[in-house]
Design a protein around this ligand. Structure first.
Ligand code: ATP
Length: 192
């Protein structure tokens, strides 16, 4: 998967819609302290499904919405769009949060669950917690990772992290079906 574009509106310091085009090769983002460089990476991780307000450097998830300044009123929503190319096809992933209404996700215009977005990125060997995205304070965490955490990183890098989620889902369905079968057997036995 190649991320080609990031559209940000109302997210943290990006009050006005901003469009970041990521050309092939190396992209550098430079600017003075506090100008919003880390907010860019956070916008990416947030759209990939990050659900920890703390790791977004806020107290609650609504803190990602532009909070207003002395000259600009706060916004009611934040929306970030990732335009990515997978196997030659373009995919658009959107996450939007509204004050008091929570988050919603869309993939190519269809409303989807957070899990669908997480799976899409996990299958592409990336995601909100992927070691491909290294924020300032995570370098130490990667070095100090326990073996199990390191294994999870390798699984993510290998693009198989999504399989664990699918396996858990399949096991839950299997258990539910077994319970239904047991109930059915009991109902049949009651009739005999
Ligand atoms: P540094 O180089 O110091 O790490 P940076 O360029 O990475 O800085 P960020 O940390 O991305 O900067 O941006 C911080 C700025 O974002 C601060 O000015 C902060 O006020 C602003 N900011 C964060 N959340 C919001 C919000 N919800 N509404 C408005 N502005 C916000």
């Amino acid at each position: 998967m190649q991320i080609k574009r990031l559209r940000i509106s109302g997210f943290k310091s990006f009050v006005d819609p901003a469009d970041l085009v990521i050309e092939p090769g190396l992209t550098g983002v430079v600017g003075p302290n506090g100008c919003g460089k880390s907010n860019l990476l956070e916008a990416l991780r947030w759209t990939m499904g990050e659900n920890s307000a703390r790791s977004m450097r806020g107290a609650g998830m609504e803190d990602v919405i532009f909070a207003g300044t002395a000259t600009r009123p706060p916004r009611d929503f934040a929306e970030v769009t990732i335009l990515a190319e997978r196997e030659g096809e373009e995919t658009e992933i959107v996450r939007r949060i509204e004050r008091g209404a929570g988050s919603a996700y869309r993939i190519d215009g269809r409303d989807v669950r957070a899990k669908d977005v997480a799976l899409l990125f996990a299958d592409a060997a990336t995601g909100a917690h992927s070691p491909a995205l290294v924020s300032q304070n995570r370098i130490g965490a990667v070095i100090a990772a326990k073996p199990a955490e390191r294994r999870a990183m390798l699984e993510e890098a290998a693009g198989i992290a999504g399989l664990h989620v699918r396996r858990r889902d399949a096991e839950a369905k299997l258990r539910a079906t077994e319970t239904n079968l047991t109930r059915l057997d009991e109902a049949i036995a009651d009739q005999d």
